[in-house]
Design a binder for this molecule. Structure first.
Ligand SMILES: Nc1ncnc2c1ncn2[C@@H]1O[C@H](COP(=O)(O)OP(=O)(O)OP(=O)(O)O)[C@@H](O)[C@H]1O
Ligand SMILES: [Mg+2]
Length: 277
């Protein structure tokens, strides 16, 4: 059985190329011949952090896994999730974007309950589960449930976006620079929150970031991509987040690993500086 179809593999890219507007003057290739596979770790869930220069195809990779157009479908090659080619979006995959996607005209409670509403879960049950998730992401159920997105800070809105996605308990969580717009202190709190939710869900996570610290802290492994069109240059195993972000990110061994990866990236040439130092 080829590796891509093995039950031990949760996501596989098999020589995937994505060219936008192929055959025209505007043709642009986001990723070329990209191959990787991520093991299914049933009691753990692999956490893959993705680093790479702007425009190298990181969002394209996540959206191909999510089955979201226009990135989906690939121009050539195969994107396999749980042994099958991706055919479009599905409840097994949940996406969290940088820009806190919520409905402006829905309260926090109704935003968090949205996916359950789409799935036809009765109103009482979905509101109960939404309240539980509002608490899980560190919002105040009594004070915050009836607020609208414009009444929330960026960090709070991102908590709502995370709850909205994770309430459906996806087996694969796709996060595209979710903490990129948050200030450094809030960002560390959100990293701790994500670690605790991930431990509970035991899902496979793909997490795109421009922060080497964030990638090294959160990841089980870090993928370093080349400049566009993106190829996988390095796959680096890193220690799991065993202690709170603030504590672990101050330790010398952590700093050493961050510098090693930063050196690798600097040798590649252009790379965004992490936003939080
Ligand atoms: N809808 C689209 N139509 C045409 N080209 C696109 C489209 N989306 C992305 N691209 C191109 O594909 C390439 C990869 O884009 P992608 O958004 O995946 O990069 P990225 O690594 O996520 O960048 P960033 O770090 O800036 O978010 C870029 O050259 C981009 O211009
Ligand atoms: Mg992107």
């Amino acid at each position: 059985m080829p590796a891509q179809a093995s039950p031990d593999i949760v996501v596989a890219f098999d020589r995937v190329t994505k060219t936008f507007h192929p055959g025209t003057a505007h043709a642009s290739t986001a990723i070329r011949d990209l191959s990787f596979s991520v093991a299914n770790r049933p009691d753990h869930g692999e956490f893959v952090a993705i680093l790479g220069p702007s425009g190298c195809g990181k969002s394209t990779i996540l959206r191909l896994i999510a089955g979201l157009r226009p990135h989906f479908p690939a121009t050539s090659g195969r994107v396999i999730v749980a042994g099958r080619p991706v055919e479009g979006p599905g409840p097994d995959r949940g996406m969290v974007f940088q820009d806190y996607t919520s409905f402006d005209n829905r309260t926090v409670l109704d935003n968090v309950a949205f996916g359950l509403e789409c799935a036809g879960v009765p109103v009482r049950e979905r509101r109960e589960r939404a309240r539980e998730w509002i608490g899980k992401v560190g919002l105040d159920v009594v004070r915050d449930s009836s607020k609208y997105p414009h009444q929330l800070s960026g960090g709070m809105r991102q908590r709502v976006a995370i709850a909205r996605s994770l309430i459906l308990r996806p087996r694969i969580i796709l996060m595209d620079e979710p903490f990129g717009a948050l200030d450094p202190a809030i960002r560390l709190n959100m990293q701790d929150l994500l670690v605790s939710l991930w431990r509970d869900l035991e899902a496979t996570v793909f997490f795109v970031t421009h922060s080497v610290e964030e990638a090294v802290y959160l990841g089980d492994r870090v993928y370093v991509l080349s400049a566009a069109p993106g190829r996988l240059l390095h796959e680096i195993e890193v220690p799991p987040p065993e202690r709170p972000a603030r504590e672990m990110q101050r330790e010398p061994a952590f700093g050493k690993l961050v510098f090693e990866i930063r050196d690798i990236i600097e040798k590649l040439g252009v790379m965004h500086r992490p936003q939080d130092g």
